[in-house]
Design a protein around this ligand. Structure first.
Ligand code: GLY
Ligand code: MN
Ligand code: MN
Length: 363
């Protein structure tokens, strides 16, 4: 059976379990996951007797090519999406319609309530996102490809880095290289932050020249077409101060301990705590302000998150980032990020860019 069909079958069961007769999938990434369709502005209605993609004529051909087995309802020019949904819901005789509460707009929900006054609207959370947590073989192969593209491009960055380049030039060149290695896009806006700017966990590349500081932080990833990679490395371009060495080795040790704890059954919040404890013990706990990591796949940030209060137990096939960091305003920051696959008996680190301090010196 094709993989999209089998995902939809699993979702049918989850919808039933959630007490709804049907689900209106309004998150475009979820529509892609369930059908293979990569366009947007299209919803999937999944009901007891089948599934139908609600779209418009811009996508008729693309839908036919990307998800040939799926019914489509192409609304005519002048017909709104609301009217299209109402028509399909009525003809499928749906009495209780599940909605994706995390993506549907309040405006559409209210209009649906008005137009479908006899239909009960039931908010649901995370039904598709939960399925997406565990990757299949094809998804893992695509993630490996996205990692490969990002790593090859980083190799070029290392070889061509010059002090006079600005953060923005480095980021633009990195993204160009990822495309030359086959990626369709960057997986998010690359971060290239020199020296004190690395204290901003999500710094936007600026006109600062990389040679003005002793180190740069690079956080980047490739989008191979659907799936995304996400890595962070710090490169040393000048002197290694005692403070830098101490913080770098601390973050590396925290990451190593967290990665070592990744295996089926391990609970996300406990892995987060493992890394946090190492950093707190050295007195830098309050300078590690974000979660330890996140799932990645079709989205750059998806479930499960490695963070406080996340009780999800890891399963084989999940892929998460592990990215502890220490950020000191006015001085800079260190984050080290790798992508890790949960395997049947432990884990596999999918990313291979060197990260020992002595391997990061490029001056
Ligand atoms: N690049 C964003 C993150 O590491 O989560
Ligand atoms: Mn990142
Ligand atoms: Mn990340």
């Amino acid at each position: 059976m094709d993989r999209h069909r089998s995902r939809r079958n699993k979702l049918h069961r989850a919808v039933k379990k959630a007490g709804a007769e049907a689900l209106l999938v309004t998150n475009f990434t979820n529509v892609t996951y369930l059908t293979g369709f990569t366009g947007d502005d299209s919803y999937l209605l999944l009901h007891a007797d089948g599934e139908v993609v609600l779209s418009d004529s811009r996508y008729t051909t693309q839908l036919g090519e990307e998800c040939p087995g799926v019914d489509m309802h192409i609304r005519s020019q002048g017909t709104t999406m609301l009217e299209a949904i109402a028509k399909v819901v009525k003809s499928a005789k749906i009495g209780r319609l599940g909605l994706e509460a995390e993506s549907i707009t309040l405006a559409l929900r209210d209009k649906l309530a008005e137009k479908l006054s006899k239909v009960e609207l039931a908010p649901t959370c995370g039904l598709v996102e939960q399925l997406r947590e565990v990757k299949d073989r094809d998804e893992i192969a695509r993630l490996r490809k996205a990692v490969w593209q990002a790593e090859k491009a980083f190799g070029v960055l290392r070889a061509t880095l010059r002090p006079e380049k600005t953060e923005k030039q480095v980021a633009d060149e990195l993204e160009h290289q990822m495309r030359l290695f086959g990626s369709r896009n960057r997986s998010f806006q690359s971060i290239v932050a020199a020296g004190s700017r690395a204290a901003l966990p999500h710094a936007v590349p600026s006109d600062r020249r990389v040679g003005e500081s002793d180190f740069i932080l690079v956080d980047w990833g490739a989008d191979e077409g659907l799936y995304r990679s996400d890595l962070t490395r710090v490169l040393v371009t000048g002197k290694i101060s005692a403070k830098f060495e101490r913080i770098y080795k601390l973050v590396l040790a925290a990451q190593a301990q967290a990665i070592a704890a990744i295996r089926p059954g391990a609970v996300c919040q406990d892995i987060n705590r493992t890394a946090r404890r190492v950093i707190a013990k050295a007195g830098f706990g309050r300078y590690f302000g974000h979660g330890l990591g996140h799932g990645l796949g079709l989205d750059i940030h998806e479930a499960p998150r490695l963070a406080a209060k996340i009780e999800t137990a890891l399963k084989p096939g999940m892929v998460v980032t592990v990215e502890p960091g220490v950020y000191l305003r006015g001085w800079g920051g260190v984050r080290i990020e790798d992508d890790v696959l949960v395997t049947r008996d432990g884990h596999e680190v999918l990313t291979h860019v060197p990260k020992k301090l002595e391997e990061l010196i490029i001056r």
